[in-house]
Design a protein around this ligand. Structure first.
Ligand code: EPZ
Length: 436
């Protein structure tokens, strides 16, 4: 079992490069499964969720050729099944994008209900309701048997879909299903995350006709063929970049984060400026530093769909708020149970009380090293940040969960001065936690 051991208290300094966006490339790989020709995808991050998605795409017949340095040639033309029921499908939630992709390719799609994450239920009712509006059957809860979804459509027709909840997954999945549908599909109240725009840009580069991605109304004019035949480079990962900005902050370091899109970081940048950090930025970099004698100001964060503060930076920002002088609040408005990591932080000295979707954070505290668990990907990243700021040594178990979404995190942190290492521990030493 992979764990991390961190000796905290080191001030991070220097330069770190951000990798391609996990949440963009997972949608793009599913979109590639719909193409009528090959394509090349660049800047693909070397992370476990991508490895899983690539394997899943191969199980349905896609030919995937790694070209090295994050470049993959994808040929979906030999995909031979509409059934994504390989056990690996359960490993990652984003496999559900194959519903939209296979429905487009075969007018049929069969796959396992996606697993939840341990921060609350993760329904896909909006995905299924949208498919139904486009003409698919098998999309009602009563149609789902043995945990398997079986949807089929004689024809996929354009539809006017209003999402009653802003959903990244539903927006992407319905965009996929609409790409070759008959006529125009309009998705209202669509999510606007950078990774949605990236999936739309990929599809347009391959022959689709999608307008308005990044706004709350996306219009998809169905096309008969998606020729493919081009290369596409994935955008930088907004959440990885934010995690390193906060890593610099919690160690009162001086770090320049390269290969990012500053516009995507604004929801975090403005809050860090409020707290007293110095933020400089250029076309594709942000530098985080702070004067030695600056006391961190408390502030309140509220997670919201983009361009609001991203829920996937919520645990990391909570660690930062523990170092502010006074009371801060973290409002989690996207997920109904995303503070489960708080007891792990409390074991390191945090002073946090949680009432449903609001955490009251009292600071400053001095974190002290402890043995903690990475409960999920972003909670695990928060444990790393607390370990970097802590006095003493922190051991983080289930670190494999962190490696689902952070490429070479140990190497990258060591490159800016952290004392962190992988350690392998016998399973019996690691208290089992319900896996995702
Ligand atoms: C995506 O999950 C991300 N995952 C999550 O990031 C992220 O937390 C989330 O978007 C919000 O930004 C990927 O992109 C692979 P949603 P997704 O559909 O699509 C409700 C990470 O750490 N909802 O936007 O599953 C849902 O319950 C991961 O990288 C419905 O009610 O999230 C939630 O309250 C963790 N019905 C809200 O919408 C539906 O059919 C937002 O969920 C779908 C969603």
């Amino acid at each position: 079992m992979t764990s991390y051991r961190i000796v905290g208290g080191k001030r991070l300094q220097g330069d770190v490069n951000i990798s391609g966006s996990k949440n963009a490339v997972l949608g793009i790989l599913a979109a590639a499964m719909m193409l009528d020709g090959p394509c090349k995808i660049e800047n693909v991050p070397d992370i476990n969720d991508v490895h899983a998605m690539l394997e899943i795409c191969e199980t349905i017949g896609a030919q995937i050729t790694p070209c090295g340095d994050g470049v993959y040639e994808i040929d979906p033309t030999n995909i031979n099944t509409y059934e994504a029921t390989h056990p690996k499908v359960k490993n990652i939630r984003a496999s559900y994008y194959l519903l939209g992709a296979l429905l487009t390719r075969f007018k049929k799609a069969t796959m396992f209900m996606p697993g939840g994450c341990n921060f609350g239920t993760r329904p896909i009712d909006l995905h299924l309701k949208g498919f139904r509006k486009m003409g698919a059957q098998g999309t009602r809860a009563t149609d789902i048997r043995d945990g398997i979804i079986r949807i089929v459509a004689n024809e996929l027709n354009g539809a006017h879909i209003f999402l009653d909840v802003v959903s990244v997954g539903a927006t992407i999945n319905l965009m996929l299903a609409a790409t070759k549908a008959n006529g125009l599909t309009v998705i209202e109240n669509a999510a606007k995350e950078p990774h949605i725009v990236d999936v739309a840009n990929f599809l347009n580069a391959m022959g689709a006709n999608i307008k308005g991605a990044g706004t709350d109304t996306i219009r998809i004019q169905g096309v008969p063929v998606l020729p493919g035949g081009y290369s596409y480079s994935v955008i930088p990962d907004q959440i990885e970049a934010g995690t390193y900005m906060i890593a610099a902050a919690v160690t009162r370091g001086d770090v320049t984060i390269h290969n990012l899109i500053p516009k995507h970081m604004e929801p975090l940048t403005v809050k860090m400026l409020e707290m007293g950090f110095d933020i400089e930025q250029g076309d594709d970099w942000i530098r985080v530093s702070i004067d030695e004698d600056t006391e961190l100001e408390p502030t309140n964060f509220k997670t919201r769909p983009y361009p609001g503060f991203p829920t996937d930076l919520q645990p990391q920002a909570t660690v930062l708020l523990c170092l502010a002088h006074g009371m801060s609040q973290m409002h989690e408005n996207v997920w109904d149970n995303r503070f489960q990591y708080v007891p792990e932080l409390q074991s390191m000295g945090a002073s946090i009380s949680v009432m449903e979707r609001i955490a009251l954070i009292h600071g400053p505290v001095q974190f002290s090293g402890a043995r903690v668990t990475a409960l999920d990907l972003r909670a695990g990243a928060a444990m790393v940040l607390a370990g970097l700021a802590a006095e003493g040594t922190t051991t983080i178990t289930f670190a494999n969960r962190i490696e689902r979404g952070y490429e070479k995190i140990v190497e990258k942190l060591r490159g800016i001065g952290a004392e962190i290492e992988h350690i392998e521990e016998d399973e019996e030493h690691v208290v089992p936690v319900d896996d995702e």
